[in-house]
Design a protein around this ligand. Structure first.
Ligand SMILES: [Fe+2]
Length: 130
């Protein structure tokens, strides 16, 4: 069963979708069940994928990551998002050449988790804030 905010990818065509309303059906694309992307939160080496959340002005800055991720034509961060404790969310879409970061108008304490999607290395999330 799908859950709110899960991200799924089609292994055939590469479509990626995020659940904004969860129900009982199985998500299908190109006549095959879509693959659930489970976000990772630890790099094997330098932390260039795990989002880092910093307070900035009245909001936050989310950087990818401790070591800036490449933003090249063939390898870049497609989007950064924050999911909020109250159920809301913000997302910024990026392009090659842009900085691998995004500002959002929320307080750090409002953030449940930050996530980002690398076109090669997939879905990542910030470390637990407990
Ligand atoms: Fe990457």
């Amino acid at each position: 069963m799908v859950e709110l905010n899960q991200v799924y990818k089609c292994s055939v065509c590469g479509n990626i979708v995020q659940v904004v309303h969860a129900s009982i059906g199985t998500l299908v694309c190109c006549e095959k069940p879509m693959e659930l992307l489970v976000p990772k939160d630890a790099d094997a080496g330098l932390e260039k994928h795990v989002p880092v959340i910093e307070a900035k002005g009245d909001g936050i800055l989310v950087k990818v990551g401790d070591v800036p991720h490449p933003m090249e034509e063939k390898h870049w961060i497609e989007w950064i998002e924050v999911l909020l404790n109250g159920g809301g969310s913000f997302r910024k879409f990026l392009k090659p050449g842009m900085a691998p970061e995004a500002e959002f108008p929320v307080k750090p304490a409002e953030v449940l988790v930050a996530r980002e999607f690398c076109n090669i290395h997939g879905l990542w999330k910030s470390k637990s804030r407990a």
